[in-house]
Write a protein that binds this ligand. Structure first.
Ligand code: NAD
Length: 480
């Protein structure tokens, strides 16, 4: 069995403990043994990143461009292989895995370009003879803690801007999917990063993640994951001495509004893609369909017919539309919420059954509830699986009010042919991203990503907006 070590200061460092990475499509398939690091490993990685920072932060944009571009080229050339690795460990389908690997390559290319595009500002001073310059500088050692559902794209969209703007990095990927992040780090290091600029320490959040957060030499933490973990991390960053900059991307309970005037086929495709593709395991997944009276029955009927035609099977098998749930813990959570929905009085209209396939895996039929009230737990709490519910409303105003009646605010979608309603929704949806006649999940890589309310905290990720987090502003005054 392959063994994967932590990479600290450019060297493979063996750990006393390891954890097995299991394929959720076939639990007999062990992908490899991955190091499970300690506090000492995390501290060594931070020390390496700190030592590498002065030289790396003074490299020219061309040096950083060349490395990021070379890594991008390799990721894109190996996208099929990387996509397979990803699908094998996370369970999204092979086309989804290859798509995500491609996105990682595109993100690296975008931030290679950012090294050249990014500059400062100059202002005339209010005082005679004085000039004012505003520049941005890297912030130092950035600690990154990532979730399991986008095992290569999320590490890429944190690492690439951090390096592009001259920072050094320690990343801890999710315990259950370390292979994709490990591959990305390997590709970047071989593309020419000096030793210590990019370090990976795999293992438990409570051990490695906590040690990164506790280390005073880490200047900033970029976290993606659940609200509970995010809240704890933010509190720890503020309590630290010195205080750390922090950026959190967390959960969602994203609404998809379907109005009477929607194109039915578009609405059904938005619903199926947004709620059930990637096994519903996307922070931007739509889990609340808010549907007006006139189209409700036709929408539910057409959606059910579409769900009946979806193949739930091994992620690596050709023809699979929906892969397995990522692990037993998440499967238990999905089934728990299906039971909660029934107990609350919603109707389990379709699906929700465990499925057996050729190999043992965490297979779950997508579940569609109808008769969901927005007060029910299945409408308020993030489930993070292939479970969605329909809430029936009288018209647009009620739909908008319900869409916004949530503690989250990541993505919100509307299906309508009305310019009036789509324009009003774009302005009034309380979400960081709004989709018109598009699924709530599925975004571009060159524009900001993130939400509001309980979904996000701190500056946006991705696109040129990433510089808000990965740089700090300096204002210099000169009397000539
Ligand atoms: P999680 O919060 O359990 O874990 C995320 C990461 O935090 C993991 O690497 C984990 O090991 C680490 N961690 C756990 N406890 C920690 C601690 N005490 N100290 C430091 N680190 C710790 O989340 P998950 O189950 O891996 O991911 C699913 C969640 O991620 C969902 O809520 C989903 O909505 C969210 N998510 C959000 C976005 C977004 O951009 N908004 C994107 C993807 C996933």
């Amino acid at each position: 069995m392959s063994a994967f070590q932590n990479v600290i200061g450019g060297e493979a460092v063996s750990a006393a403990n390891a954890s097995r990475n299991i394929n959720p499509s076939n639990t007999n398939d062990v992908i490899g043994e991955f190091a499970s690091g300690t506090k000492a490993d995390a501290d060594a990685a931070v020390a390496a990143a700190k030592a590498a920072f002065p030289a790396w932060s003074r490299t020219t944009p061309q040096e950083r461009y060349d490395i990021l571009k070379k890594a991008s080229d390799e990721v894109l050339a190996r996208k099929d292989e990387l996509g397979r690795i990803l699908s094998r460990e996370e369970g999204k389908t092979l086309p989804e895995g290859i798509g995500e690997a491609t996105r990682a390559g595109q993100i690296l290319a975008f931030f290679a370009g950012e090294t050249l595009r990014f500059g400062g500002e100059s202002f005339p001073s209010v005082r005679p003879g004085v000039s004012v310059e505003i520049t941005r500088e890297p912030i130092g050692v950035v600690g990154m803690i990532t979730p399991w559902n986008f095992p290569i794209a999320i590490p890429a969209w944190k690492i690439a801007p951090a390096l592009a703007y001259g920072n050094t990095v320690v990343i801890k990927p999710a315990e259950i999917v370390p292979h994709s992040a490990w591959m990305l780090v390997d590709i970047l290091n071989r593309a020419g990063l000096p030793k210590g600029v990019l370090n990976i320490v795999m293992g438990k959040g409570s051990v490695v993640g906590q040690a990164i957060i506790d280390n005073p030499d880490v200047t900033a933490i970029s976290f993606t994951g659940s609200v509970n973990t995010g809240r704890r991390i933010a509190a720890a960053c503020v309590a630290a001495t010195p205080m750390k900059k922090v950026q959190l991307e967390m959960g969602g309970k994203n609404p998809l509004v379907v109005l009477d005037d929607a194109d039915l086929k578009t609405a059904v495709e938005c619903a199926v893609n947004g709620a059930f593709f990637s096994t519903g395991q996307r922070c931007t997944a739509s889990s609340r369909f808010i549907v007006t009276d006139g189209i409700h029955d036709a929408f539910v009927a057409a959606l059910t017919e579409r769900l009946q035609g979806l193949v739930v099977d091994d992620a690596l098998k050709a023809g699979t539309h929906i892969g397995p749930v990522v692990d037993q813990g998440q499967l238990d959570q999905d089934e728990k919420y299906i039971a909660i929905g029934r107990d609350e009085g919603a109707k389990l209209h379709w699906g929700g059954e465990r499925l057996n396939r050729e190999n043992p895996g965490f297979y779950l039929q997508p579940a569609l509830f109808t008769g969901v009230a927005n007060t029910m737990r299945i409408a308020r709490e993030e489930i993070f699986g292939p479970v969605a519910g329909v809430t029936r409303v009288k018209g647009y105003d009620e739909a908008l009010a319900i869409a916004n009646d949530t503690e989250f605010g990541l993505s919100a979608g509307i299906c309508t042919t009305s310019l009036k309603y789509s324009t009003h929704f774009k302005r009034n949806a309380e979400a960081g991203m709004v989709m018109v006649n598009l699924p709530t999940a599925g975004v571009d890589y060159h524009v900001p990503f993130g939400g509001r309310k309980g979904s996000s905290y701190g500056p946006r990720e991705q696109g040129a907006y990433a510089r808000e987090f990965y740089t700090t502003v300096k204002t210099s005054y000169t009397l000539a």
